[in-house]
Design a protein around this ligand. Sequence first.
Ligand code: MGD
Ligand code: MGD
Ligand code: MO
Length: 775
Amino acid sequence: MTSEHGTKKSLTSSHWGTYRVHTKSGKLTALEGFERDEDPSPIGQGIVDVLDGPMRIKKPMVRRGWLENGPGNAEGGRGADEFVEVSWSRVIRLVVDELNRVRGRYGNQAIYGGSYGWSSAGRFHHAQSQLKRFLNSIGGYTYSRNTYSYAAAEVTLPYVLGDFYSMVNGATSWDVIKEYTGLFVAFGGAPLRNGQVTNGGVGRHVQQQGMQEAAANGVKVVNVSPLRSDVLEEMNADWFAIYPGSDVALLLGIAHTLHEEKLADTGFLSTYTVGYERFRDYFLGETDGVVKDSAWAERKTGMPAARIRHLARDMARQRTMISVSWSLTRQDNGEQPYWAAIAVASMLGQLGLPGGGIGFGYSAMNAIGANYQGIPGAALPQGKNPVKSFIPVARITDLLLNPGAQFEYNGMTETYPDIKLIYWAGGNPFHHHQDLVRMRAAWQKPDTVIVHEWCWNAQAKHADIVLPAATFLERNDIASSSRDPFLIYMEKAVEPAGQSLSDYEIFSKLAEELGAREAFTEGRDEEQWLKVFYDETCEKAGNSGIDLPSFEDFKAKGWFENLMPNEPQVLMKAYREDPVGNALRTPSGKIEIFSETVAGFGYEECPGFPFWNEPKEWLGKENPEFPMHLISNQPKNKLHSQLDHGSLSRKSKINGREPVVIHPEDAKIRNIKQNSLVRIYNGRGACLCSAVVSDEVRVGVLQLSTGAWFDPPQPGVLGVSCQHGNPNVLTRDEGTSRLAQGPSALSCLVEIELYAGEDLALGAFLPPAISSECC
Ligand SMILES: Nc1nc2c(c(=O)[nH]1)N[C@H]1C(S)=C(S)[C@@H](COP(=O)(O)OP(=O)(O)OC[C@H]3O[C@@H](n4cnc5c(=O)[nH]c(N)nc54)[C@H](O)[C@@H]3O)O[C@H]1N2
Ligand SMILES: Nc1nc2c(c(=O)[nH]1)N[C@H]1C(S)=C(S)[C@@H](COP(=O)(O)OP(=O)(O)OC[C@H]3O[C@@H](n4cnc5c(=O)[nH]c(N)nc54)[C@H](O)[C@@H]3O)O[C@H]1N2
Ligand SMILES: [Mo]
């Protein structure tokens, strides 16, 4: 946009939205919601005060212990030692020599490059892709599979519905729901706060409007969740505040009622599914002698049997959409809730009908339930990884602690390699991983940890070598994402702070020294890559009938909107219309309520049909020591840990600490008041938080968002593992089951008390001690 009074307003995009970037005299002053977005997210503004603030990493940094003693077990030095500023030429030499040493002595599989994380939007500067392309250009790395978001579903759904991603992205759109749906049953709710983001960028936010229109059209909503605020207030949801982790039991109780009352659609079941009998025999108790009727489900969920039966009848009586939030997968046996929901939706027989059936995570992101034809973007080719060793992504600590040990995953038995070097760019395991005390100890073991970061979060503080990365505001890129009508040119708004460089420039320098410059760069700079990306985008768009302007015109305007008419979207419509011609990609071509393949793996916790396992930690049994269930869900004011140090997130803290929501009854018996400083603890760790007393959580449940930067106190302080409120010092680090080995953070019991220990000064938003290299 044109300059006026020395200010400039270029366009940029982020996972949380598209913004006009205001700068004055080369400094960032504001991020303003994109004029074409009617519901922009406030998250963007959070970067303004920190882009060039004291937490910015402006020079290459090396941990003193590593610099002086060389590579090796850090023995507690990672996350404790001071850092030494070094020059780019020095640090490039150090990284190159270390990569060569590790590759030469142990082979490339000793490098862990799984590097999970969201990094930033922009097709080209996607940090994780950059890292993987770089590592592949020098012989590969041990990689990771699946996500933290919904690993259990990524592994299970291909067996049940033939595919996962098309089922998520193909969600029936809100415009169809508002017309056709009578009842919207939301397991885990449909939290608007999560709908602020989509990976890859958002040009137009649609969730709020979708939900408001559905509410205005009289769609009834049931919120099955421990948290009332998981559904927009104006949807007036009927709140089913079940015990966390008991959704499968509720679904079994519903299935049993549907069967008993002859409400199951037997025609649908026989035409479109296989294996229903196995599931039926199970809920009737014929397989294990336990009848899973509504009375049984009452004992498991804490919901009255009559309400469960009533819900089942309500679901059968009208067009019903079942939404299962992604959170249901991030728990012990997280493979089962989706499978059970698919089985119940099959019994209702409405899959493929407008407004009926199932949806995987409405409002988990802005894209779910949107009906735009996205503009298919280009992606950085990552090359070929000759290394075959991998882990299910959430097994990182096990990998570091148990080299040579075997693990089971998705019908396979694999071996953990011995990792000597961790290389991470664009993710934060000190945010995303569970049982951080255990992970922090394991993190000391490798010889070297290299991280690209732009701010001094816990991930940077726990590295040996920190390479200062430029942010999305400091480079040019192109953004597009699924189910969003916009293609955005992300114009560089300010110069990179200090000596920071884009991940691409960093890897280009390293590749040069390692003799891989051509393989990594193909002789292109940023501008040339963007042109290649744009040409590819034009070609793909052209195939879908979308005519893009020239690159120059696109850049000058900053955005392109796909104005093609939006087809109302109905999940599994094609399959319903022609189950033979449009067979699913399962062995039978049908919905597999029983999967022979999964049964063949022989995992007793996963017998091949939707199955109830009692979670290892939940409220359905007496827990005298740790009687509260901790829900660590997504934060409203940021994406994960990103911008926790920014103004918006810091405004939401109470006395500098992350708020934890506690029910008035639970607060009263512990003498906890509004804003009390509290300590949440279990056998794995403890964190300090500030209390918010509210009945928006069910009794027995605590809600503490993820995202507070991990802040371990000084050595010697007992009984506190994080003084700022990171829930991952409390969560379990165990796979969902042997099938998916996904994270199970949401199955977590704790106790909470008033904090009576010593006064602790927060360190999360202070940089580490830094000295310049001298003499
Ligand atoms: N207890 C609990 N834990 C959870 C979850 C939960 O529900 N409960 N949810 C899980 C889920 S679903 C997810 S997806 C994960 C998210 O975990 P992550 O994706 O790892 O979290 P982020 O904070 O988004 O990490 C992105 C990092 O990339 C950095 N970054 C941004 N842009 C760039 C760039 O251009 N270059 C480089 N080099 N770095 C950049 C940011 O500063 C940040 O440190 O957390 C998981 N953890
Ligand atoms: N603002 C913002 N938006 C985000 C993110 C973010 O960090 N910030 N992260 C993004 C990412 S990476 C992802 S994967 C998605 C995640 O999307 P989700 O997985 O849907 O998000 P959560 O907020 O973790 O969980 C939603 C709700 O599930 C409920 N819940 C938890 N356990 C149970 C249970 O056992 N049973 C039932 N019935 N309900 C339960 C909780 O009350 C919680 O509020 O969000 C995305 N959107
Ligand atoms: Mo996620």
